[in-house]
Ligand binder design. Sequence first.
Ligand code: OGA
Ligand code: MN
Length: 233
Amino acid sequence: MRVLLRAVKQIYRQPLCNAASRKRSIASSSEGSGLLQPRHEKLIFCSTAELFQELGGNVEVRTEFISEEEESAFMKELEQGLRKKRYEFDHWDDAIHGYRETERDRWGAMCTGVLERLRTVAFPKGSTLLGPVHVLDLDKAGYIKPHIDSVKFCGSTIAGLSLLSDSIMRLVKEDDAAQWLDLLLPRRSLYILRDQARYEFTHEILRDEDSVFDGERVPRQRRISVICRNLPS
Ligand code: OGA
Ligand code: MN
């Protein structure tokens, strides 16, 4: 798993566009009617309505995917182990800044239940999941630079729970920075990136200073993500 995490983190791209080029254009989720469920409205802010339609079910955010009690159960299992590690800040070549991480394959009953629920909704039937679940603890000052997860080690789907803080995930088309989507990831939500969204777009988690969704400030606190991936088929 160390190898995987390193590979995942090293395959990243420099930022492809700046905030100025991301000023509001047409996009709004209601214009993409039909393809996405109502629960997605206001959680996805997109460069164009066409892109919103095109990506359709390949990007999903499900709010309140876990309860406060379930979030506490994850924290109870994770906090002690994480606290022993130091946040890493200084590796310029790392895709992630201000983080500590761990991986885990055995969980208590409540977390196991959540992870089963996650796997059922996020992954294609019959896909083989990467054994251990990846846990990433971002300091309040931490952020994830634009990158694409290793295609060698990870399959078509990436699904993550967000604990402790709201945040913004930005997707930018690898070969066309004018095509982008911002996802509002509320605390205790689940996000899912599939296929095209996972392979053709970089993803990143914005730093607190840049954390603005559709003109509205979204303060970033310390954030823990619990990420499941499948294996390449
Ligand atoms: C990663 C990543 C996103 C998240 O670790 O590759 O993109 O939600 N994480 O923490
Ligand atoms: Mn990633």
